[in-house]
Structure formats: C-alpha cells, structure tokens
Design a protein around this ligand. Structure first.
Ligand code: CO
Length: 134
C-alpha cells in the first residue's frame, strides 16, 4: 500500500482545442494523445508533465457526468488523481474510515487503470481519484 505519484490533474472544458493550444503549442508539453471513455461519454486528452500529466476532459453529451459538471459549475478543475499500489486495500481503509466514495468498487478508466473516486465532500471540495495500473 503506497501512494506513488500525482498521476494527473483533470480539467473539464467544452473547448479542448483551447487547452491543446495552451499546453502543447505555447507551453510545449508533449501531447500523448486522446482516449474515448465510452462508459463516461467523455473524450480525454493527455499532456505529459514529468511523471504526471494534465488531462483535458471534453464531454460528448450534456447528460454525461462531465457534461453535467460543466452545466452546473462551468469549466475548471475536475479532479486530481493519485496513483497507488494496493488500490483494493485503500478502498477497504477508506470505507472503514467513513470516507464517501462515488462507487462501491474500482472501475476501469482511461490508460488501463482501475480507478475509484473520493467524493469532494470527504476531500475539501476536490474530487480525488485513486488509480492503479491493471
Ligand atoms: Co482521471
């Protein structure tokens, strides 16, 4: 059981091209491509930053989770993700401590990671993702 690194910082926007110009063209980060997460109806765009990345979330529909987030809160920080070793043990520990999770069990996310989210109300108002390589 160990926290490895900040995996990514995720930003929700309906204008991924604006973010691409900023992070790739102007700031010079390596654009490592995009991945569609069908279950969440979201397109994810990754920009590498050391051992971490910035992940741009662009919803495919207004009714998707990120689409609803944009409607309610506007574009902005969506979540931070911490890569861990021993995700299932962390889930048990979090539940035992009464931490509110968005799902009962980890699910498959982008980049072949198993992920689970800690609810913002248990984390200072920030959605926190824990992820582990499959
Ligand atoms: Co994420």
């Amino acid at each position: 059981m160990q926290i490895k690194r900040i995996s990514h910082i995720a930003v929700a926007t309906s204008d991924s091209e604006q973010s691409r110009v900023l992070y790739e063209d102007i700031l010079g980060l390596n654009n490592s491509g995009s991945e569609l997460v069908k279950r969440e109806e979201v397109n994810t765009h990754f920009f590498e930053l050391g051992e971490s990345s910035i992940e741009i979330l662009e919803p495919l529909s207004e009714d998707s989770p990120v689409g609803k987030f944009l409607k309610k809160r506007g574009p902005g920080l969506h979540h931070i993700a911490l890569e861990v070793e021993g995700l299932d043990a962390y889930v048990i520990k979090l539940k035992a401590a009464g931490i509110h999770l968005l799902s009962e069990e980890p699910q498959l996310g982008a980049h072949r990671m198993r992920i689970i989210f800690i609810h913002p109300k248990s984390a200072g108002g920030v959605l926190v993702e824990l992820c582990e390589k499959v």
